[in-house]
Ligand binder design. Structure first.
Ligand code: SF4
Length: 683
């Protein structure tokens, strides 16, 4: 029997677990452990274990499709390319936008942004980090000079204390959750702060429920206690940071007693966790979307950095500020410059010297020095008629962006819309042209996980029908649009990666031979004799003067607050068995586990509203309403309700608020909007 095992990386979350795809008769028939991969040591969560179930589905896209009279018909690649190039060439560059795919390998993303910038002449290119960890990139870059996780996953096991805030690791990042539990078994004290008593919180030594959106106040009060008790790390503050006096001034106002009212956390608890965090020799902060998905997400992120610097918990094993990134390659998508403000390697588009350096490397003429539009801005511009053409690769904004009706209005308003994907997603149904793409198991390349580890993915099987790898499609289009073929001719993904190394300083030292090893390499890796950087900011921060910057911050709270008409706060979350919708809902084993959505409502709130467990209810916000099953539970704070975001038939994003945006990052406030719940008529 001809069976082969192809080592590659999981296509779902930013943990970046290694796995072997089992190939038999040219089909992927299963997944087996890849024990030498140090990220996950052979273990996988359910999503990883069943990721192969979607590869050979009958509903994979296999030919280009063109919409005529409201119906899709099969088309040749030539027809599709002719239509796309004629449309892309007919509009002003500022009327065209691109959503990049953070599930896709670095090489595809790199060519996508290069196509947008050189061939179209626009920086209107963005990806889903805008909707998950955009505040991390902006916030940690402001505080530390680099917008990425400071330590590695393995570092958690050296911690004496772990402070998890807004992260449900056991469901959203299960193989990091495993590390956190191992750290606890090693003796680390595990504090989880979250409005929900999540599966992760249930494993904590201390669970701290707090009102959603009050993170800045909570951490200010913790810092207030630390400074009042004299527990700040004076030497670290003196030698490694600046702006401390201003932080101290602001923090002084946030006494635990005052903050108790804002956060609903008892003053004594605030005091207790602050002292425990400050007294631990090695304390690590772990956070995820509970911190970032707010209209003040960047402030929340900078607060975690303030807390770590105040106590010297940075640059050592077992410490650090550790954002758990969302999609499998969302870190790589940021690194590759799928951002309206940055070229690859976080080099700013507004800087003329950098622009000249990039044009010299790419061999193209001058590029614009003004930033492009972010995803929410592109959606707004499309709704207003200012953005006319949109090209979406591997994203599904109808499901995943806030205020679904607003997104649908924007997509309907476009003159021309291209979607490149592996399935006919809810978004693709709005397109004029749909192009069939290869999935991760059908191509070579690299993914960069949340701990900045750049890992090889390997081709296991051929892509179905006529589908193509993303970078090939962009190169075909570029040449048809008259780009110099030298700029868009590559033999392989490896060929592209070699170019990536020349324009992305963090990747410069990563050659193929070094990436072939199971441990691969963490960036920054500036030269071929550099070992890579599992832990950042050891002796100095990444700012030019080497100092970390304290950012004094005031509590602002969510933009939309409860009132008489909409008395509850809605938060949205992810589940262990799903990652967004298009892929996991098509994996039969995963879909069987959780086949549809529900709203979690606190037992007391449910009693007041006369709602019983499993009863169908109506949830309504200022944007729309859905019908959904109630799950009555004491595991969520009174006044807060939660809906998992994966389910089109009862989509949380019909309710969420696209108008509440973090001004510093463009992040919409998924974690707090006002809703009302009522019993269904006749029930
Ligand atoms: Fe995949 Fe994330 Fe699960 Fe690992 S933890 S198997 S990367 S979904």
């Amino acid at each position: 029997m001809d069976i082969k095992y192809v080592p590659t990386i999981c296509p779902y979350c930013g943990v970046g677990c290694g796995m072997n795809l089992v190939v038999k008769d040219k089909k992927v028939v299963g997944v087996e452990p890849w024990k030498r991969n140090p990220v996950n040591e052979g273990k996988l969560c359910p999503k990883g274990n069943f990721c192969y179930e979607i590869i050979h589905r009958d509903d994979r896209l296999t030919t280009p499709l063109i919409k005529e009279n409201g119906e899709f018909r099969e088309a040749t690649w030539d027809e599709a390319y002719d239509l796309i190039t004629s449309k892309l060439g007919a509009y002003d560059p500022k009327e065209i936008g691109f959503f990049c795919c953070a599930r896709s390998p670095n090489e595809n993303i790199y060519v996508n942004q290069k196509f947008a910038r050189i061939v179209i002449g626009t920086h209107n290119i963005d990806h889903c980090a805008r909707l998950c960890h955009g505040p991390t990139v902006a916030g940690l870059a402001a505080s530390f000079g680099s917008g990425a996780m400071t330590n590695s996953y393995a570092s958690f096991e050296d911690a004496d204390l772990i402070f998890s805030i807004g992260a449900n690791s056991l469901e959203a990042h299960p193989l990091v959750g495993r590390r956190l539990l191992r750290a606890k078994m090693n003796g680390a004290y595990f504090i989880v702060a979250d409005p929900r008593y999540t599966p992760t919180a249930k494993h904590a030594n201390q669970y701290v429920p707090f009102k959603t959106g009050t993170d800045v106040a909570l951490i200010n009060a913790m810092m207030n206690v630390i400074i009042s008790e004299g527990l700040e790390d004076k030497k670290f503050i003196e030698e490694r940071t600046k702006n401390y006096e201003k932080l101290k001034e602001v923090v002084a106002k946030y006494t635990p007693e005052k903050v108790e009212e804002i956060t609903q956390v008892p003053a004594e608890t605030i005091r207790d966790i602050a002292i425990k965090y400050a007294k631990a020799d090695k304390a690590a902060i772990v956070y995820s979307l509970g911190i970032t998905e707010h209209s003040h997400g960047v402030d929340n992120v900078m607060q975690t950095a303030n807390l770590a610097m105040l106590t010297g918990n940075i640059g050592r094993l077992g410490t650090g500020v550790n954002p758990l990134r969302g999609q499998n390659n969302v870190q790589g998508a940021c690194d590759m410059g799928a951002l309206p403000t940055d070229y690859p390697g976080y080099r700013k588009v507004v800087d003329k010297d950098i622009m000249e350096d990039i044009t010299c490397s790419w061999g193209c003429s001058d590029l614009k020095c003004e930033p492009g539009l972010k995803i929410p801005e592109m959606i707004d511009a499309a709704a207003k008629g200012d953005l006319k053409v949109l090209y979406v690769t591997g994203e599904d904004p109808v499901i995943s962006d806030p205020d679904t009706h607003h997104v649908e209005e924007a997509l309907n308003n476009l003159d021309f819309f291209v979607v490149q994907d592996i399935f006919m997603t809810d978004t693709a149904k709005f397109a004029d042209v749909v192009l069939p793409a290869a999935c991760w198991a059908e191509q070579e390349g690299t993914f960069t996980n949340g701990e900045r580890r750049v890992q090889l993915i390997r081709k296991a099987v051929d892509a179905p029908g006529e589908s193509k790898v993303d970078w090939e499609i962009f190169c075909d289009l570029a040449k048809r649009m008259g780009a110099d073929p030298k700029m868009f001719t590559y033999e392989s993904a490896q060929d592209i990666f070699e170019e990536v190394r020349t324009v992305t300083p963090q990747y410069a030292g990563m050659n193929r031979e070094r990436l072939e090893r199971p441990e691969a390499l963490h960036w920054p890796c500036p030269s071929e004799d550099h070992p890579g950087t599992a832990m950042m900011h050891v002796e100095k921060f990444a700012h030019p003067d080497g100092l970390g910057i304290f950012m004094p911050l005031e509590e602002q709270g969510p933009m939309e607050t409860p009132d008489e008409e909409y008395p509850l706060i809605l938060t949205t979350t992810r589940l262990l068995f799903h990652y967004h919708a298009a892929m996991t809902r098509r994996a039969p084993t995963l879909d069987r586990e959780v086949p549809t959505g529900y709203v979690e409502i606190n037992t007391e709130d449910a009693a007041e509203l006369g709602i019983a467990n499993k009863e169908k209810v109506k949830v309504k916000s200022r944007r729309g309403e859905i019908e959904i099953t109630a799950r009555v539970t004491p595991d969520i704070m009174k006044g807060i309700v939660n809906i998992p975001m994966h389910f089109r038939e009862c989509s949380a994003n019909i309710l969420t608020n696209a108008a509440a945006i973090d001004p510093k990052s463009g992040m919409p406030e998924y974690k707090a909007c006002a809703v009302a719940i009522s019993k269904m008529e006749g029930s």
